[in-house]
Write a protein that binds this ligand. Structure first.
Ligand code: IDP
Length: 157
């Protein structure tokens, strides 16, 4: 079932944690049939924030973004499933939560561009999922397990 095992990095941002949305967000990903293989409640420090958001270094919002993402705890996760990176991006909705479609996580739970509740690896950035997983998790923090629901989620599992 190798084509069901794509991994992606997902994070409930500090606004989502403060607003008590961890359970809601985890629930939505579980309901979709994705499988959690890693999870860590943590505080991002300045260095990790710079590494994670390095591509935005020259943008005018970079400083504010680093300040926000280090402002309180986050819930970092790795989720696995068929086409998981693109699936999660689709479930997240547009970056600006004010514009994100109803039914998406940002569309339903957020109302701001910066405070947009969730991060997920960019599926259009080749290898971003693996890079971000490696940045936040050691290999031994990820759990290989068989989900009993898999044959019911996937016809060919
Ligand atoms: P993404 O999170 O949907 O992948 P990116 O373009 O990678 O969006 O931007 C990373 C994060 O930076 C966004 O989630 C958002 O919180 C923040 N951000 C992006 N653009 C702006 C902006 O113009 N002003 C303030 N914050 C922004």
């Amino acid at each position: 079932m190798s084509h069901h095992d794509e991994r992606t990095f997902v994070m409930v941002k500090p606004d989502g944690v403060q607003r008590g949305l961890i359970g809601e967000i985890v629930g939505r990903l579980e309901d979709k049939g994705l499988k959690m293989v890693g999870g860590k409640f943590m505080q991002i420090d300045e260095e990790l924030a710079h590494e994670h958001y390095g591509e935005h270094e020259d943008k005018p919002f970079f400083e504010g973004l680093v300040e926000f993402i280090t402002s309180g705890p986050v819930f970092a996760m790795v989720w696995e499933g068929a086409d998981a990176t693109r699936q999660v991006r689709q479930m997240m909705g547009a970056t600006d939560a004010q514009e994100a479609a109803p039914g998406t996580i940002r569309g339903d739970l957020g109302n701001d561009l910066g405070h947009n509740v969730i991060h997920g690896s960019d599926h259009e950035d080749e290898g971003a999922n693996e890079r971000e997983i490696a940045l936040f998790f050691d290999e031994d923090e990820l759990v290989d397990w068989d989900a009993n629901a898999a044959p019911w989620v996937y016809e060919d599992a």
